[in-house]
Design a protein around this ligand. Sequence first.
Ligand code: ZN
Length: 479
Amino acid sequence: MEKPRELNSKNEKFGEWYLQILEKAELMDDRYNVKGFYIVRPWLMNIIDKVYKIWEDELNKKGHKKVSFPTVIPIENFEKEKEHVEGFSPEVFWITEGGDTKFERKIALRPTSETAFYSIYPLWIRSHEDLPLKLYQSCSVFRYETKATKPLLRAREFIWIEAHNAYSNKEEALNQIKEDMNITTKVSEKLGIPFLFFKRPEWDKFTGAVFSFASDTILPDKKRLQYSTSHYLGQNFSKPFDIKFSDEDEKEKFVYQTCYGPGISRMIASIISLHSDDFGLILPFYLAPVQIVIVPILKKGREKEILEYCEKIKEKLKGYEVKIDNRDKGVGSKFYDWELKGVPVRFDIGGNETDKKEVCLFRRDKREKSFIKLEEITENIKIIEKEIEENLKKTASKNFETAMSETETTEELKEKVKEGFVKIPFCSRATDGENCAEKIKDICEIAGTLYPEENPPENKKCIVCGKEAKVWVYACRSY
Ligand SMILES: [Zn+2]
């Protein structure tokens, strides 16, 4: 009865599988005629809104306030922080004219908004009583990617949250990094995304930051995906932007700053990639646009009776998103469609079920059928809802664990890095390390050191240069 599968194997041909699921489950459309820009379709938009809400709720709970800043940033804002403008210039989209008028100074489409927020912060921050200032916006940003683009993973426009914070002292600012990590952990655990939180090496930090931190997961092709970053900016921006406050001692001081960027696009790419199979998407109840679909299997002469029974089932499930699929279409194609879209539970209702006052329940995550009495349906759904959520988390963390290994030789590293993160002894996360990272860059990248920090290696040698190893770092292949 089922149509043959149209998706490639997720684990064997992840790249093809990924594009197929976006298209066939009607999640995105990549046919828009500007390279690197993609369209989100209603099914995925519904999921994105829910993921946004989960992140925003956590930020709001911690006292962050939501704002909206302009999409455009004048070049003079960028020029205030030298490293920042150098780092971002190659990937900025510039607006150079409006109508017939050529602008004297070009205007950027925001690639990130430090220089937008921080141009206004001096007007809003006057005294210690205005601090801490914790503002964020949910928006899209634009980057002129020159590498091959891919929907959600590497696009020229992507969606995220960006939080920009200011504090009266260093300690509070550094505590914000820990809070960011806690928020990331809470949201990632909820969504079933296993990750490691890294302090990035010196050579791979955000341009303008003192330190950068990031959370990375591993996709089914065993490559690392960074989906959230936190940066400790120190006073690198507050000095050029003149963000000062008068402290309790009445002296004028520059604020300390952090910024935090949970990448919604990449989080969505992770959800799709980690919680799905060769039949399509698998969604937990709390993300699914339709949570239960009822497919009537009509028998000649009993159509009305079966449909009425379907309605009765729907009545019992108030509070859930339930859809009765009475499209004029074969039952097999209906099964196929809902499996592709990841609806967590399906009821197949024919004459037998109507007679026996039961439902034939199909669980999308396990692809298993069972029969449940109509009167027991609400309690059962509650249990299944929890089980699916737990099952998705368990599967994802099991896969993540198999993607972790350790070695002390470059020969082994070469092989092991094809399977995910490899923990290696390394000389340094600054200059020496950069030279060593450069020597193995054809094999892997260095994600950084774990945060909070691990105990340093004892009597180990750097895997590349052979000097005394001072840190454990994690090597991987990356997006
Ligand atoms: Zn070394």
